[in-house]
Design a protein around this ligand. Structure first.
Ligand code: ACO
Length: 422
């Protein structure tokens, strides 16, 4: 059987056969038969915007791979920095490459004093840390004007290092500022997650040594959030990157997309939902209300996964490891009961609604002491590696500027009416 489709224009009987390649059909071929007729596809539900070799998802089977490596193996055996290298470079680093990469990142964690003193301190005292982060990332472009030179390999590499290295510093600074705490400088003797926790929590002690179990949990969560192919924020990164903006401006746009409750804010919604349910006994009534159309089960369902999100499985285990150190989050029992109820209910089963990555991540972050406003910030730190990997891929593909079409349904041509005659 041929791997192709045939389209017939019923207005004139003309047909065209288009091959199916890598699971897609070329819209450029379609345009040869039907110039000026557009695919109508709001929210890109059925559109592949690029070829990509970074991340592979099988939503029906619940599988996720970065550059061919299963997420379960990376979560168990790798580190976030190694995964960032893998996403950006395509292969796991050897010892020397990893040492150099780690050294580079570690020695670019400081932010310009003016970013902290003049810029961050200019925010209102109760500014949301994600709002601060989005603005601070955009502001970095003014500190590194050479970043505009996106086709010079050394300059491009330098900005990648800076962005991955400075994200935790900016994130922690945003938190410290909104909590009224003094800024903590990076400690280059600590590894990536331990340094982040030091910048978050250090108070009067000369050196903050994070609980190794918690630092590892943060690292695993960073691995799980590092990339997820063409999600909303990565699409924002690609769209802005396609205009050849500098990477700080493109990353700020991606972070802004992540700020939205439908994307980076779902784990906060889960915590609020669990809090509003209040106790295990109320779970059946809550599930009934959701089935009757009163709200959604937050942390359930996914555009791509129609099976258990593989990241949720790993996170569930991480939650237990964290609770061994922090004590159990009291909302855990409600979450477990809710999951059990939903997985055994026809409504959720028939719609293929399973826990997604956000169902348990908020519980972990909350148990570790992160305020809810920091949840999307904690997502943005590792996703920076994914955004940059897609940005590099886009530039190497030499893609055209992103510019979709529309189906105009507005008013036909009409003449201007003077104000007094309207
Ligand atoms: N609770 C109850 N019902 C749901 C849920 C849910 N969480 N999610 C989907 N449904 C139902 C819908 O009502 C719909 O039912 P119907 O066919 O009877 O009308 C059906 O399942 C299909 O839902 P859609 O909205 O079409 O699915 P879509 O792919 O557009 O939405 C989304 C995916 C946004 C993630 C959705 O499942 C949702 O809102 N989930 C809760 C929020 C959430 O957890 N977001 C995090 C996503 S992961 C991430 O961004 C990192």
């Amino acid at each position: 059987m041929p791997e192709s489709i045939t389209i017939t224009d019923n207005r004139n009987g003309e047909t065209i056969e288009i091959p199916i390649v890598d699971g897609g059909v070329s819209a450029a071929e379609w345009a040869k038969l039907l110039p000026g007729i557009w695919f109508y596809d709001p929210a890109f539900m059925t559109t592949a915007v690029t070829e990509s070799s970074i991340t592979w998802i099988d939503g029906d089977a619940g599988k996720l791979e970065y550059r061919g490596y299963p997420i379960e193996q990376l979560a168990e055996r790798s580190t976030y920095l190694e995964v960032a290298y893998l996403l950006l470079r395509g292969d796991l680093p050897n010892r020397q490459q990893l040492d150099e990469w780690t050294h580079e990142i570690t020695y670019h964690t400081f932010i310009h004093e003016n970013v902290r003193k003049r810029f961050l301190e200019g925010f209102h005292y109760d500014a949301h840390p994600m709002g601060i982060l989005v603005s601070a990332v955009a502001a970095l472009s003014t500190f590194y004007p050479e970043a505009k030179d996106i086709f010079d390999p050394a300059t491009r590499y330098k900005q990648i290092i800076r962005l991955i290295a400075k994200m935790p510093t900016l994130a922690a600074a945003a938190h410290r500022f909104s909590a009224g705490m003094p800024f903590v400088y990076p400690d280059n003797s600590l590894n990536f997650p331990a340094n982040f926790l030091s910048m978050m929590w250090k108070t009067a002690e000369p050196r903050f040594d994070a609980n190794p179990a918690l630092a590892r949990a943060v690292d695993v969560l960073f691995i799980l959030h590092a990339d997820h192919e063409q999600n909303c924020s990565t699409t924002a990164m690609r769209v802005v990157g396609s205009s050849h903006a500098d990477p700080y401006s493109a990353c700020a746009a991606a972070a802004a997309a992540l700020y939205g409750p439908r994307h980076g804010g779902a784990n906060e919604a889960v915590i609020r939902m669990l809090g509003s349910i209040g106790s295990v006994e109320n779970v059946p009534d809550f599930v009934k209300a959701v089935k009757e159309g009163h709200g959604r089960l937050q942390g359930f369902g996914h555009r791509v996964y129609k099976n258990y999100d593989p990241r949720a499985k790993i996170i569930r285990q991480v939650a237990y490891d964290v609770f061994d150190s922090t004590g159990k989050n009291p909302l855990l029992d409600i979450a477990l009961k809710l999951e059990e109820a939903a997985l055994g209910d026809e409504y959720f089963v028939s719609r293929k609604l399973y826990p997604n990555v956000d169902f348990y991540s908020g519980l972990i972050y909350q148990a570790m002491g992160f305020p809810m406003e920091m949840f999307p910030v904690l997502f943005a730190i590792p996703r920076t590696a994914g955004w940059l990997a897609h940005w590099v891929e886009l530039l190497d593909q030499d893609q055209k500027i992103a510019r979709p079409r529309q189906l105009y349904i507005g008013s036909a041509r009409r003449d201007y009416v003077p104000l007094e005659e309207r």
